[in-house]
Design a binder for this molecule. Structure first.
Ligand SMILES: [Zn+2]
Length: 337
């Protein structure tokens, strides 16, 4: 019996070794294939988007009476590779959740507003498997920051919403005296049956008490900076809304024009990093699948942003979640000069 067993043992070990090596090689090949599929740089080709019109520049009147400030309400850190294709697996991208407060002679305007005071209860609707990806730190709601700086939150006249995703509609109920500006397309979609957590959290906006606050806008103004339509909020060229559908059906882009040299373009979540515009990079596929409603339209929007930036590098394009860009803007309670 022993004599029979020894040759068996001797032939099994090389087999196991081969099997083990085969498994390791398989894992390695799968890892490389996964990396190539998910994270490898794959720049968009602008020539493939002939429908994206070349922008014509706009002359901007100076508006010294207008100033703005960026209010950070929380942040999340993640690998840059999760933010856009070609990003590094070893570099950190800081996702800031912020609002932009604008002092205009007609009143205070707030863009988005970051994570509001009820975010913890709102977050309970987010599926457990997604929560670790969306977690955040140092939460400090905009309404509290305004009060601490001696500004009554009820004095905010307009809440301008880039879109109604969970991290952009969270502050609505903190500003019950404000008019909530969005597009009809965005509102109708958010109120429809197709939406579900984590992207849209109904508790934030689907509330009869908020019905009087909604102001649903159609962008009926002329073409503007390469966008087919626009809407000038106060009719003075300071705040101009343009369609940025793709990430969501009725997403808005918002130009803030202080003078010809100081122009800011708030682009919501069309990209999560300004680097993605320069690199013509989409979000990484998993993030795109989770976050972008219409990936083909987002691609065209990235090309449009790229062309705009090429034509006028003075325009500061501000993604909603790029701490690198946000660090260059005045941080609340400081305002632009
Ligand atoms: Zn967002």
């Amino acid at each position: 019996m022993v004599a029979d067993a020894e040759p068996q043992s001797g032939s099994t070990q090389p087999k196991r070794r081969r099997l083990w090596r085969g498994c390791c090689l398989g894992v390695l090949v799968a890892a490389v294939a996964g990396y190539l599929a998910l994270f490898r740089a794959s720049p968009l080709d602008p020539e493939a988007y002939p429908e994206v019109a070349q922008a014509v520049g706009v002359a901007i009147e100076p508006h010294p009476e207008v100033s703005f400030s960026l209010i950070q309400t929380a942040y999340t850190d993640s690998p840059q590779a999760m933010i856009f294709r070609g990003g590094s697996l070893f570099a950190t991208h800081r996702t800031t959740h912020m609002g932009v407060l604008i002092k205009h002679p007609s009143g205070l305007v707030l863009i988005d507003g970051g994570l509001g005071s009820r975010i913890d209860e709102e977050f309970e609707a987010v599926p457990a498997w997604v929560q670790p990806m969306l977690g955040f730190e140092e939460h400090h709601p905009a309404c509290n920051q305004l009060s601490e700086a001696g500004i009554d939150p009820d004095s905010v006249k307009i809440l301008l919403l880039t879109h109604l995703h969970w991290d952009h509609a969270s502050a609505l109920r903190d500003f019950p005296q404000a008019a909530f500006w969005t597009t009809k397309a965005e509102y109708d979609y958010a109120m429809g049956d197709a939406v579900e957590p984590p992207s849209y959290l109904r508790s934030q906006y689907d509330d009869p008490a908020l019905e009087p606050n909604w102001v649903l806008k159609e962008l009926t103004g002329p073409a503007y900076e390469g966008y087919p339509h626009s809407l000038d909020v106060f009719g003075d060229g300071v705040l101009v809304l343009v369609p940025l559908e793709g990430h969501t059906p009725g997403a808005l882009g918002i130009f803030l024009n202080l003078d010809q040299e100081r122009r800011y373009f708030f682009v919501g979540d069309t990209v999560w990093s300004a680097a993605a515009i320069a690199l013509l990079a989409e979000k990484m596929p998993l993030a795109r699948w989770l976050a972008d409603g219409d990936a083909a339209r987002v691609r065209a929007q990235i090309v449009r942003l790229h062309r705009l930036q090429e034509r006028d590098p003075r325009i500061v394009i501000v993604p909603a979640h790029d701490a690198v860009v946000h660090a260059k803007l005045p941080a609340f309670p400081a305002f632009s000069e």
